[in-house]
Write a protein that binds this ligand. Structure first.
Ligand code: SF4
Length: 438
């Protein structure tokens, strides 16, 4: 089946005010699309966040649908003592809200009595109207007072009306950043922001230490008690590209954003470390020299993947907000051709360094009109499509090779050592398809 590709309408860019980091937006075709979208909600983030913060518990205040989503997203993981659950709120009118608050308090009381290992409890909001009527921020304050000092209770929204799947992490980290203690020293301290696999966090910590930089913290920390203090002097370096709200909270608390590309692939990782080191006053030339061997090794580890992927055409549907840095990596380090790079939101202050590194004229779409985009994708006949699970199955059935974007957040892909693993996420579907065709 083939479709004519409808023209893109350039409706977004002209009236935007350029922000920090947006140096050459005119280098690309950046267009906005609005319409039906196909993405998971922010509750999905709980699947990786609960592994990261080891003494936290995520209590979704939601419906049976939310419980099913979590169960299927995390379905393969069976825990003796799980660290997430859903408090199912049934239909009720405004008069029943007092009861709903009492019920929620009783659920939390029972949970915390049974699980003294929980030090940080997140109440996670969802879409049903019964939940929207509940004031979870007040509930969190009330429960924090009640269970102080052994448990902190915070809240954020994972609702599908407000969030795409990685924005759940943004909401969670924004809540942590709001709650973090104040730092009163003015000496610069680097804060790496974004949930990273523990193995990656350990590598990053070691690399900074080898560069002589030990004034480095990570948000989120692995334990509730270890969340870093924040304030003027804190320079924050984003490790994930979907943390708009968290960055806003950090800025409001007097922390300074360190503009950098994201630490994906040899190029992004080298420039990310250089930016972080410069923020602590280190000599950037010396840092680049010290890391050059590691960057060379990462580039060498990509050789086999480059042979397979060079010249192949990739199309990104908007899903995770990781699309821009991954596209930059696939083009600059593996020689892939970028047909279209979709992203749910384009935060130009945070993605300025990525926009600069993408090849001139890259077609970037912000937002989604899924049917129109599907037509463009089919017409373009790319070699591989990066998309959410909802689109992957039908596209695969049409013979299109796909990569699930959710794997990009479940798999450790950041840093020099993981560059080849990141490339492998794109070679494997092509190899599998080739085998099927043989
Ligand atoms: Fe729950 Fe809304 Fe997510 Fe559905 S989209 S699982 S109702 S939060």
């Amino acid at each position: 089946m083939s479709f004519a590709a409808p023209p893109l309408t350039n409706s977004a860019s002209p009236q935007r005010t350029p922000t920090i980091g947006e140096r050459q937006p005119e280098r690309h075709q950046i267009v906005a699309e609005r319409g039906q979208r196909e993405v998971f909600c922010g509750l999905t983030s709980i699947v990786w966040l609960h592994r990261k913060i080891q003494d936290a518990f995520f209590l979704v205040v939601g419906s049976r649908t939310c419980a099913h989503l979590l169960q299927s997203a995390a379905g393969v993981m069976i825990f003796a003592e799980p660290r997430f659950a859903t408090a199912v709120i049934g239909e009720r009118d405004l008069a029943g809200l007092a009861d709903a608050n009492d019920e929620l308090d009783a659920v939390v009381d029972r949970l915390l009595a049974r699980r003294p290992d929980i030090k940080l409890l997140f109440l996670v909001g969802s879409c049903p109207s019964e939940v929207i009527k509940l004031d979870l921020s007040r509930a969190a304050q009330r429960l924090s007072v009640k269970h102080a000092p052994s448990v902190r209770v915070l809240n954020y929204s994972g609702s599908g009306i407000e969030t795409t799947f990685t924005e759940g992490e943004d909401g969670c980290l924004a809540a942590l950043a709001t709650d973090a203690p104040a730092r009163d020293e003015a000496a610069p301290r680097l804060l790496v922001v974004g949930a990273l696999a523990d193995v990656v966090e350990d590598q990053f910590r070691r690399t900074f230490a080898e560069l002589g930089l030990t004034d480095v913290d990570f948000l989120p920390a692995r334990q509730a008690q270890s969340m870093p203090a924040l304030g003027p002097g804190t320079r924050f370096l984003l490790a994930q590209p979907f943390l708009t709200e968290t960055a806003r909270v950090l800025t409001n608390r007097g922390c300074d954003h360190v503009p950098a590309p994201f630490p994906l692939g040899a190029e992004g990782t080298l420039d990310w470390f250089a930016a972080g080191a410069a923020a602590l006053g280190a000599d950037v030339g010396a840092v680049r020299e010290a890391l050059s061997r590691r960057a060379d090794r990462a580039r060498a580890s990509l050789q086999a993947a480059r042979e397979q992927l060079s010249g192949k055409r990739v199309f990104f549907f908007p899903d995770s907000q990781l699309e821009l840095p991954i596209a930059r990596f696939l083009h600059n380090e593996l020689g892939m051709e970028l047909v279209e790079v979709g992203t749910p939101y384009l935060n130009r202050a945070q993605h300025g360094a990525e926009l600069e590194r993408l090849p001139q004229g890259t077609r970037i779409t912000e937002g989604q009109n899924v049917d129109v985009q599907l037509e463009r994708c089919r017409a373009a006949t790319p070699d591989i499509v990066v998309c959410g699970l909802g689109l992957a199955n039908p596209l695969e059935a049409e013979g299109v090779t796909t990569k699930w974007s959710i794997e990009l957040v479940f798999t450790p892909i950041h840093g020099f050592e993981q560059a080849a693993d990141l490339a492998g996420l794109f070679t494997r579907p092509l190899v599998r398809r080739a085998r099927l065709e043989v």
